[in-house]
Design a protein around this ligand. Structure first.
Ligand SMILES: [Zn+2]
Length: 136
């Protein structure tokens, strides 16, 4: 089993109604990625899609993927790609349940946002994940 040191929170930086299939298509056909960007993708409805099993490596944060699990919600931007935490109540709830479960499974892992890694110039996930999940 691989060692998990980070549970990383992301947003897709797309409109909230973007279909998971469209995101997967973009990774595969445009970025030519062999692996998905995230293990879990949370739709506006709160539905959680698992895109990869947790033993696989996903492309969430360059240089930090070998020991990370990546969780993303669909959304996170408004017009002109301005960052905004626009998670629906259902997304917030699903994210909390999922992150709690992951933290139980990987108690040594730190929960943080994509933007909390060094040298990251993105706002992803458009909120302070360390603050929100700091008590888990
Ligand atoms: Zn990200």
């Amino acid at each position: 089993m691989r060692r998990i040191d980070f549970i990383v929170i992301h947003c897709t930086a797309t409109p909230q109604d973007t279909r998971p299939e469209a995101i997967q298509h973009y990774w595969k056909e445009y970025l030519k990625w062999k692996n998905p960007g995230y293990h879990y993708l949370i739709e506006a409805s709160g539905d959680v899609r698992q895109l990869a099993t947790e033993d696989r490596i996903c492309n969430g944060v360059a240089g930090h993927n070998a020991n990370s699990i990546h969780v993303s919600y669909i959304g996170g931007v408004v017009a002109d790609n301005k960052p905004l935490d626009n998670r629906t109540a259902a997304q917030r709830n699903s994210m909390k349940v999922l992150v709690m479960r992951l933290k139980q499974q990987y108690p040594q892992a730190r929960i943080q946002g994509h933007r909390d890694f060094p040298f990251v110039k993105k706002a992803c996930p458009s909120f302070d994940a360390r603050k929100e999940f700091g008590d888990l």
